[in-house]
Unconditional design. Sequence first.
Length: 315
Amino acid sequence: MTEHAIEIEGLTKTYSGDRTMAPKTALHGIDLAVPTGSIFGLLGPNGAGKSTLINILAGLVQKSAGTVRIWGFDQDVNPRQSRAAIGVMPQELNMDPFFTARASLDTQAGLYGVPKAQRHTEEILEMIGLTDKADAYARTLSGGMRRRLLLGKALVHAPQVLVLDEPTAGVDIELRQMLWQNVRQLNARGMTIILTTHYLEEAEEMCDEIAIIHDGRKIAHDRTDRLIGQIDAKTLVIHPAEPASGEVALPDGVELERRADGALAFSYRRGKVTAEQVLDALREAGIRIQDVATEEPHLEDVFLALTRTGQGKAA
Ligand SMILES: Nc1ncnc2c1ncn2[C@@H]1O[C@H](COP(=O)(O)OP(=O)(O)OP(=O)(O)O)[C@@H](O)[C@H]1O
Ligand SMILES: [Mg+2]
């Protein structure tokens, strides 16, 4: 087993333009290592390059430069092995409308050269909750069912790495929970999972590590708790009207730093504490405020862009 299920170095992609479109560099020399056995989140606003990266992993898009190793196999040196190690649930709903759900899974397994005796078609149907729709044509399935079928198709060759490109975009709560339950089960059995999402809360709940991509560049990568803490951190700097050295009863989750210039810097996570709670605490301590300033991490802009696109997508 390799330490990293996926290793990407200097990955660059330039889509060649045509008469109507200028060439577009969607990835600018990305380095990324995904630990084996993890659930890994890839976040970034619309057009950041997430799907481009995933489609390169899947072998659907040809990279312009860089190296990609999947399960230790270099895509250029061992294309067959690297492809066999990964299953991808794409963002686009492309379906074989005239196949039944069962036939879709079977055909996909055939494409990957899985012998009939080693196929898990019924087990997969069960897992994705389509057993009773096994003989229905894909075109008669609802959007949510089609999405589940796509998940099933990504699993037919029992890959070590499963990649999900926005599995929950436009999906209702029940299906979302089912998908996450499936993902957790697969991960518990040892599968490495990479997923993209616009929902920060979702990534926070699911992922061990998160990387943020913006304009084709990796701008952050850390353990989820550390990264979310960084994005969500806020510092409220209060300049008191008179020197304030007395006690301040702090709300839970707030840290106070007394600065040399007499300012009181309150740090907290915006998701957990409001500025009003901090101001109330000051009032109760009898501290009058002369001036207030806020300090936010530089990831703030990206976070805003993420949540904005997230809302757009959820609508
Ligand atoms: N086939 C293509 N030809 C030309 N440009 C493309 C092609 N596919 C993607 N792009 C461009 O590459 C950039 C990255 O797109 P990509 O689909 O990878 O973003 P994304 O992060 O997946 O976005 P979203 O959150 O909307 O799914 C965008 O500017 C997009 O217009
Ligand atoms: Mg995408």
